[in-house]
Design a protein around this ligand. Structure first.
Ligand SMILES: Nc1ncnc2c1ncn2[C@@H]1O[C@H](COP(=O)(O)OP(=O)(O)O)[C@@H](O)[C@H]1O
Ligand SMILES: [Mg+2]
Length: 246
C-alpha cells in the first residue's frame, strides 16, 4: 500500500446499535485527489460511516486511518487538529442562525487560527471562500435570508475556509431542487479542481453521483458490496446494484 496516496483507510469496520448491525466489515480507501461516492439506500449506514471517520461515533471493531493517523489512538486535542484537515459538510448544513454569514465563516478560525492570524487574514479568507461558492454579496446576511441552495453553499464555504485536504459530504444535494442540486454538484467538481481536495461523498442522488464521482462504492447490507466507476456500475446486471439506476 502506497501510504502517502491513501487519505482515508477504513478496514473491517463494524458498528451495531443493539440488534441493528449497521456496518459489517466495511472497508474502503480514499485515494489522493479522488471524489469517492458511497452509494446506499436510506438507513444503510452512510452517515454512521462518515461519523465514525470523524470520530463522532466509536466503531465496535475495525480500524480507521485518516491522513496516516489511527484515529482510535488520538485524544481530543489531536482529533481537533486533524479536523482542520478534514472538512465535514453536514446534511443539515449546521449554520448558526443567530450569526451573519461572515461570523459563520469565521467560526472555525477561532479554534484553528491564532488571534494574530485572524486579525491579519480572516477577512481575506472569508471573502475567498465566499467567492469560491459565488456568494460574496451575502457576507453580511443572516442564514434565514438565504435560500436552501445558498445555505448549502455557505456551509461549504465554511468547510473550505480551513483549506482541508479531505472533504466529507453528507448528502450534499438532498432536499434541493434539481437545478440547484446540479449547481452544487458543479461546485463540488470545481472545488476538487481548485483545491486538489480528496472527497468522500455520501449520496443517493444519481445525477450528483454521475457528475462528481471518480469511483463509487455501494454500501449494501453493511458491506462494501462493489466498487467501480459510475459508468461500469450503470451497466451492472446485478439486481442489488441495478436497482439504484432504475
Ligand atoms: N445514534 C444512533 N443510535 C441508534 N441507532 C442509530 C444511531 N445512528 C444511526 N442509527 C441507525 O443506524 C442505521 C443507519 O443510519 P444512517 O447511517 O443514518 O443511515 P443513512 O445511510 O441514511 O445515512 C439506521 O437504522 C439508524 O436508525
Ligand atoms: Mg444519512
Amino acid at each position: 500500500m502506497e501510504a502517502k496516496n491513501i487519505m482515508i483507510a477504513v478496514s473491517k469496520l463494524n458498528k451495531s446499535f443493539g440488534e441493528n448491525h449497521v456496518l459489517r466489515d466495511f472497508s474502503m480507501e480514499l485515494t489522493k485527489g479522488e471524489n469517492l461516492v458511497i452509494l446506499g439506500k436510506s438507513g444503510s449506514g452512510k452517515s454512521v460511516l462518515i461519523k465514525c471517520i470523524i470520530k463522532l461515533i466509536e466503531p465496535d471493531l475495525g480500524g480507521i486511518k485518516v491522513l496516516d493517523q489511527d484515529i482510535s489512538e488520538l485524544d481530543q486535542d489531536e482529533m481537533d487538529l486533524l479536523r482542520k484537515d478534514v472538512g465535514f459538510l453536514f446534511q443539515s448544513n449546521a449554520l448558526y442562525d443567530s450569526m451573519t454569514v461572515r461570523e459563520n465563516l469565521e467560526f472555525p478560525l477561532r479554534r484553528h487560527w491564532t488571534i494574530e492570524q485572524r486579525e491579519k487574514e480572516a477577512e481575506a479568507a472569508v471573502m475567498e471562500a465566499l467567492e469560491d461558492v459565488g456568494l460574496s454579496h451575502t457576507v453580511n446576511m443572516m442564514p434565514a435570508e438565504l435560500s436552501g441552495g445558498m445555505r448549502k453553499r455557505i456551509a461549504l464555504a465554511r468547510t473550505l475556509i480551513l483549506k482541508p485536504q479531505v472533504i466529507l459530504y453528507d448528502e450534499p444535494t438532498t432536499g434541493l431542487d434539481p437545478i440547484t442540486a446540479r449547481e452544487i454538484s458543479e461546485l463540488m467538481i470545481s472545488i476538487q479542481d481548485k483545491y486538489k481536495a480528496s472527497s468522500v461523498i455520501i449520496s443517493h442522488d444519481m445525477n450528483c453521483i454521475r457528475m462528481t464521482s471518480n469511483r463509487v462504492i455501494t454500501l449494501i447490507e453493511g458491506r462494501n458490496y462493489v466498487a467501480d466507476t459510475y459508468d461500469n456500475l450503470m451497466k451492472s446486471t446485478d439486481p442489488k446494484v441495478s436497482e439504484f439506476f432504475r
